[in-house]
Ligand binder design. Structure first.
Ligand SMILES: [Zn+2]
Length: 428
């Protein structure tokens, strides 16, 4: 039994000690679990709200059992790379959120003096790219830029999230695909080889060792660098790793021509790669699983031409992380404690929220998801609360229906209905 009051959990106990004046909700046979913490979400507001905004993203989060999400510093305009830009983002998000939202800042060339003010104002850490990000207002950093920024991040005791792909191997790959059909998934896959990730991981391990800054690898895909990461961990370096549901669910061999809803960077790779990622989840090399929800307008996904090279790279699936991963877990021998560890506790720790989020324990926020692990449903556009309905999970049968979601004790979602007023807080 979970007893909460004033938004906080008072205690978690066995049945039998209901105070006479308490409101009692019986969850029946459903699972009662800490809400998911999704530390990798691109909301895009302000500036690209037509791609996704706070209202739609946080409703989708609530419907998917995500009670806290951490917004990426791009693809909003302005990007969250200065304290002034962060104020604009906070103003844009204010009053619109159905779940709690925290924020990452960005490291770009030349903004080292903004890092301390951003931390002061409440960002949970910083994201950078080692390769063009896809949007002009968020340029990527070089090793030289990182040698300036990372000592400052170490001084600030904050974390650097890294999009780990390097340009060299990708530029070399470009020549080899020149005459290939851009509608074939294999063409796109060849354009983003594993070597690009592997070289970037090696660079970040080196810089982590030299600067002492905490490093977190986002959306890890290449199984070829898992051993490098294992060695770095054994060495005691402060490096953590996330992967995403799509890398653990899909396989390149199964993606049809023109299926640009599957395009993301780094790409979904071969089945053999996927199985090695699962081994890394099992042995703890991969610390967490988060969505990397990165939507755009349907036009930018170029479904009309099916051209993988033109399409925006980003997968839209924030709402379905819980059922998708539970469906995988059931068939692979993982349990509910793994789900909570990988999708609530670890991302909360990454974002420095592990004193209040990600656990059902006394003193923590009463962020709770009640869900039926046996209920099956088919993902279809009518169920989707994201601004745009295109998702690679469409048509897939999954297990795990979210029934009720509480954020700091407030019922924000209940079997398809949302609370009349959004009550999510901006965490700064
Ligand atoms: Zn991302």
């Amino acid at each position: 039994m979970i007893h909460f009051e004033g938004g906080k959990i008072l205690n978690v106990s066995v049945w039998g000690d209901v105070p006479p004046d308490a409101d009692l909700v019986d969850a029946g046979d459903s699972v009662v679990m800490p809400g998911l913490v999704d530390s990798h979400v691109h909301v895009n507001e302000p500036g690209r709200t037509e791609w996704e905004g706070y209202e739609t993203a946080t409703r989708a989060a609530a419907a998917g059992g995500v009670t806290t999400m951490v917004d990426m510093p791009l693809n909003s305009i302005p990007a969250t790379t200065t304290a002034t830009a962060f104020e604009e983002k906070l103003a844009a998000a204010e009053g619109k959120c159905s779940v709690d939202v925290a924020f990452w800042g960005g490291v770009v060339p030349g903004n080292v003096n903004e890092l301390a003010p951003l931390v002061e104002r409440g960002v949970r850490g910083f994201k950078c790219f080692l390769i063009p990000s896809g949007v002009d207002e968020f340029p990527h950093v070089t090793e030289a830029d990182l040698r300036i920024a990372m000592p400052e991040l170490a001084r600030l005791q904050t974390v650097l999230l890294v999009h780990a792909e390097l340009e060299g191997p990708i530029n070399r790959a470009a020549a080899s695909i020149a005459n290939r059909d851009p509608r074939e998934y294999d063409t796109f896959l060849r354009s983003r080889p594993r070597e690009a990730e592997d070289a970037a991981i090696a660079l970040m391990i080196k810089l982590c060792r030299e600067t002492g800054a905490r490093v977190h690898i986002v959306h890890h895909s290449s199984s070829d660098s898992l051993d490098l990461l294992r060695q770095a961990r054994n060495e005691g370096l402060p490096i953590t790793v996330e992967t995403c549901p799509h890398y653990l669910t899909f396989a390149a061999e199964d993606i049809a021509n023109g299926g640009t809803q599957f395009k993301c960077c780094p790409p979904v790779r071969e089945r053999e790669n996927r199985e090695k990622l699962w081994n890394a989840v099992a042995d703890g090399t991969i610390d967490m699983i988060v969505s990397d929800h990165s939507p755009c307008t349907p036009e930018l996904k170029t479904q009309n031409t099916g051209d993988f090279l033109d399409a925006w790279g980003g997968i839209s699936a924030l709402q379905f992380s819980l059922p998708v991963m539970w469906t995988n877990f059931r068939s692979r021998g993982f349990g509910l404690t793994d789900l909570t560890r990988l999708m609530s506790e670890a991302p909360a720790r990454l974002a420095g929220l592990d004193d209040r989020k990600g656990k059902l324990a006394s003193g923590f926020d009463a962020d709770i998801v009640v869900w039926d692990p046996n209920a099956a449903f088919t993902v279809n556009p009518e169920l989707v609360y994201h601004r745009h309905k295109l998702t690679p999970y469409s048509g897939r049968e999954v297990h795990g229906r979210v029934e009720a979601v509480y954020v700091r004790g407030e019922l924000v979602y209940n079997c398809g209905e949302f609370a009349p007023q959004p009550s999510g807080e901006l965490i700064t």
